[in-house]
Design a protein around this ligand. Structure first.
Ligand SMILES: [Zn+2]
Length: 208
């Protein structure tokens, strides 16, 4: 991973934001982390002032049209016609989150978690951010904007807290299962992409 020195996300602050989001919805974060099951992200969202919209062929333009239809406001014109993974628009009290319906389920789940990260960490005022789709073959993670690194870290912490990663990470690092099997098991159990599972397993604190 390529990170500018001094810009690594403050993981303590991010974990506090995750706990506040989950507990604020009436879920017991400690109990969820103590289970072996995927975090019920959509259900947790329902208890917050978030309006979730899944759209095919999501672009800046389609977000702008949808917001105009809702009578919220018109977004400034955006020249790019590229599809995006997600978009958040909101303020301190509420937010609209758009997710690209054409992406696979696990990718949509991560996009939602990423946008919630922006909502919890960056909503001091007006908030309008797009999240690009990942490159097909990521060589290195580079974050031009530290808020993107923070939102990704939030997504990893809420979808793959270490307590939920442990059932696959520990046998992997004891040599009882291979990396392919660990990635497959973790991705299936926590409903994340293989890419996200693989990255999280490489970050396991016990990894050498
Ligand atoms: Zn983002």
């Amino acid at each position: 991973m390529v990170n500018v020195p001094g810009t690594a996300p403050d993981i303590t602050r991010i974990r506090s934001a995750v706990a506040a989001f989950v507990d604020g919805a009436g879920f017991d974060w400690a109990a969820l982390k103590g289970s072996r099951a995927a975090v019920p992200l959509a259900e947790i969202c329902e208890s917050h002032s978030l309006c979730l919209v899944e759209m095919s062929r999501l672009t800046h333009a389609s977000v702008g049209r949808h917001m105009a239809c809702l009578g919220v406001l018109s977004l400034p014109p955006e020249p790019s016609r590229c599809q995006i993974a997600g978009y958040i628009f909101g303020d301190v009290n509420r937010a609209f989150i758009f997710i690209n319906r054409d992406d696979p389920f696990a990718r949509r789940r991560f996009s939602l978690a990423h946008e919630i990260g922006h909502y919890m960490l960056h909503r001091g005022g007006f908030l309008a951010r797009a999240t690009a789709r990942p490159k097909p073959v990521p060589v290195a993670m580079e974050y031009a904007d530290p808020r993107e690194a923070e939102a990704d870290a939030f997504a990893a912490e809420i979808l793959m807290p270490w307590e939920l990663v442990a059932p696959d990470a520990m046998p992997l690092h004891r040599g009882e299962i291979g990396p392919e099997r660990a990635v497959t098991r973790l991705a299936a159990r926590l409903q994340v992409s293989r890419q996200a599972a693989s990255r999280r397993l490489r970050e396991w604190p016990g990894a050498s």
